[in-house]
Write a protein that binds this ligand. Sequence first.
Ligand code: GLC
Ligand code: GLC
Length: 663
Amino acid sequence: MIRSNDHPTSSEVAFEADLTLKRLKPRLDSLWDSALAANEIDSLGRIEFEERLNEYWRPLFALLKELYSGRYDFFYHLEQILFTIALAWIGRPEELRCLDRQRINHPDWFQSQRIVGGALYVDLFSENLGQLRKCIPYLQELGITYLHLMPLFAVRPGDSDGGYAISNYRSVDPRLGTIEDLKELASDLRAAGICLVLDFVFNHTSDDHEWARAAQSGDRELQSYYYIFPDRKTPDEYERTLREIFPTVRRGNFTWHDGMGQWVWTTFNSFQWDLNYSNPAVFRAMLDEMLFIANTGVDVLRLDAIAFIWKQMGTTCENLPLAHTLVQAYNLCARVATPGLLFKSEAIVHPDEVVRYIDPHECQISYNPTLMALLWESLATRKTDLLVQSLKHRHKLPAHTAWVNYLRCHDDIGWTFDDRDAAAIGINGYEHRQFLNAFYTGQFPGSFAHGVPFQHNVHTGDMRISGTLASLAGLEQAIERDDETLKELAVRRMLLLQGLTLSIGGIPLLYMGEEWAVLNDYDFVKDPAKAGDTRWVHRAKMDWEFLQELKDRLEVGGSIRGRVFRALQKLIALRKSLPALAEQDMELIGARNSHVLAFVRQYMGHRLIVVANFSEVPQSMSGNILRTSGFGRFFKDEIAGETLGTSESLTLEPYQLMWLSRA
Ligand code: GLC
Ligand code: GLC
């Protein structure tokens, strides 16, 4: 069990916390009395809650005090926060409370090698939630045990940034179903051994959320939920130190609202209004939404755009210390109200900043954007030096936390590696990013990739890349050229990268469609609500006809899709059977060949060596290296099923990946 005393609280604050709780206790007791009388919970439930509250109250109080003690209405909101937490536990379905109990005793459940993730849009995959329940056997067949559904709550009409402009966190987009459907799906998934991941889109609401509408009609209380300014003075002061996230949508970070005749802070699209967390009422209101979502049966919340939630004049308003304080406070609320719940950080920022969100007391898991970007970098350069340089000091995480390793997601690829890591091996970061952008948009001579620019900033030259795994790995070009050799290489590139995210340590996450080598879909430009956002090129609709291709023979010339599906399915099953792939422990091995990446994975005495060739020509690695890494005379490649000897050097075919164990 992970204990709260990892949060140091000074004795002065501890005293204040205890006194505050003592003062609030009578009101909390009457809440319990009525819940018990109404049979909403039993006395065991009350005892469990009180134990957790006693354990976590002091650190929670300390964090909230740090955030809000300067506010005239701090104690009012503190009381509201406490009641919100208690009511969420009282309203938590018994099935989820049972799971909470198990997870309190097994806090590392998500570190198992049996966890394999998939992410999908409900509408594009199965039309709606009801249909998705019928697709569970398909997910099981592939081996998925962690399912991230892209935002499915009610959204504004027209462009909703793929669901990230939420107008009501308590109702499902009617095109997808209802809250009841969501609960039923969650429960079916649980029965099938699949955990459910949903977004907590807490940096902003849609401009048609009821709070934003009240603000628009002049309600001052609700205006204080957002950042709203009468003129350009303050926005201009902020702008001096801000980045532009969507420069092709609008210059700057503020949007003029005609109705109010005021400026609104909008980091992303102009219809996504940033919430003002310096107001404790916002903390409390979003806590309520968060716990509501958790109680529908969600196992993991993806904390969307986490880097942006705290703002302070004169800073970049990204990754600020109080952003961490805020998330830690939410984490403690969850420990008391919904203890089985995990947080996943979505911080697509500099690697030094990404890790700061990862902590058992903050976000237990996090996207690994640096690994993602550097796997693509190695594929373009055929060299693993930068990847190795970065992995050397960036893979290790605190105990009870894990990376989420992915290749593509619904968003673009940004080249978020560290310039110092690049400089250490003689690479100029700025120029290298220009190269990678040229490579992945197919501009660089000899490139195999068909990517599309995203948010090209003409002022800074900055650009990100859209495109599916298959199109970026060369399959689209190979098909266009009708070239069997190129097709073969593209398939190998895809499987190489997948095999690495499945084995490097952490939770692998597929972006559904990858299992069918889905290509870019350029038709998005026909839809005016999508045309301006190239990320739609890699958000394709699932084609269930593909399943037919599994029946095809797998000989050369057979279906590429069928082959990729089977190969991925096999890799997933293999991962699950290899205990060495649990948790995070990963040690690099010097392969003495810069085209090769090699590392050891171990867990509880199990050992596996992973070796990968990033080039399209065969490479070798000395057998000696394997001997010194603990192999005797023979070892087995779990992927090819072959036994090999350490007396000779190891030969890797183009883009070959090996998972080696002692024979
Ligand atoms: C996150 C999402 C992205 C969205 C943005 C604004 O980064 O992944 O798709 O555009 O937040 O919500
Ligand atoms: C930026 C943001 C990230 C967001 C993405 C959307 O990279 O940091 O949060 O998902 O833009 O493109």
